[in-house]
Design a protein around this ligand. Structure first.
Ligand code: PHE
Length: 337
């Protein structure tokens, strides 16, 4: 029996044949099992002899099968290695690595500058209530200045925020009128504008707010001057022009001097040599009052700037839509990764 089985093992051509041999010789219905089952019918003397023999035969067959199986598996692996050989001399396929978006970098840079001046970074919701977007900022329902910011309304009371200024009121409310506020808030804002080279229905703003006892206009000027010089270069100058916002009084717009030099030539942007980069002013007493800050004790300044515009100035980008259309050739130029 053992020889017969070993013969079958030798003849097996593959793993399936081998399994067949295992089943027919060692399986539940195989001859060895049969012998072992019949042990009860044997005499006391025969039992150990036959038992030992049966076990030996079983082990021998099992070993033969296992050895053959290992040989088959080794051969299969060899074949696989042969056919799947890699040509290590082929040039690799380049992997495109992404990097942070230009706008992300600009906002981070602005954040870092203001963090350096002691401001904390805060956030607010993009879907805003009419109250925070307008009313808390001294823009009651029928105020004509609401027209300055064409809005996307969701319901009568909810809209996509038209600026980051609502975060001023939210933060002051949260601080409960009894401690200083010094924060900036970057984020997306939305206006019902027709998209063109300088307008986009969605863009970014960075809001700034500093409320404390005895904050003055000169503090605003100092902080903005510091920002402009660090961001654009020491040679830049700033100037403040009177302006109007319902939530600041007095209100200003800030220009920076804009001599732009590339290579061997310098050009002056616009005829005046100045370009506007942000709006700001002293927080209106009514806005402080509504947010729980006593205007007799506290004063503050606020400003809002557009990072797209700032990036366009810094890098000479001529169309705001470049920021959102994700043309890889544009983005790669500013990839610092
Ligand atoms: N929220 C104003 C705007 O979007 C900018 C601004 C912010 C002006 C803070 C004054 C103070 O135009």
């Amino acid at each position: 029996l053992q020889q017969e089985a070993e013969q079958k093992v030798a003849e097996a051509k593959n793993l399936a044949d081998l399994q067949q041999v295992r089943v027919s010789y060692l399986g539940k219905k195989g001859p060895i099992t049969e012998v072992l089952r019949g042990m009860g019918k044997l005499s006391k003397e025969e039992r150990p002899v036959i038992g030992e023999l049966a076990n030996k035969v079983r082990e021998a067959i099992a070993t033969a099968i296992d050895e053959k199986k290992e040989a088959f598996e080794a051969a299969e692996l060899d074949k696989k290695l042969q056919t799947e050989q890699i040509d290590v001399t082929l040039p690799g396929r380049p992997v495109q690595v992404g990097g942070p978006h230009l706008l992300t970098n600009i906002v981070t840079e602005i954040e870092d500058l203001f963090i350096g001046m002691g401001f904390e970074v805060r956030e607010g919701p993009e879907v805003e209530t009419d109250y925070y977007n307008f009313e808390a900022l001294n823009l009651p329902k029928d105020h004509p200045a609401r027209d300055m910011q064409d809005s996307f309304y969701i319901t009568e009371e909810l809209l996509l925020r038209t600026h980051t200024s609502p975060v001023q009121a939210r933060t002051m409310n949260e601080f409960k009128g009894n401690k200083p506020v010094k924060m900036i808030c970057p984020g997306k804002v939305y206006r019902r504008d027709t998209d063109d080279a300088t307008h986009s229905h969605q863009f970014t703003q960075v809001e700034g707010l500093y409320v404390d006892k005895d904050v003055r206009m000169s503090d605003l000027k100092g902080v903005l001057n510091q920002f402009a010089k660090q961001f654009f270069g020491e040679e830049r100058e700033i100037r403040l022009r009177p302006s109007f916002f319902p939530f600041t009084e007095p209100s200003v717009e800030m220009d920076i001097s804009c001599k732009v030099c590339h290579g061997d030539g310098c050009s002056v942007c616009k005829k005046t040599g100045w370009i506007e980069i942000l709006g700001g002013g002293m927080v209106h007493p009514d806005v402080l009052q509504m947010a729980g800050y006593d205007p007799k004790v506290y004063s503050g300044f606020a400003f809002g700037m557009g990072p797209e515009r700032i990036a366009m100035l810094k890098y000479g980008i001529d169309d705001i839509r470049h920021f959102y259309t994700n043309d890889i050739r544009f983005l790669k130029q500013y990839d610092q990764a």
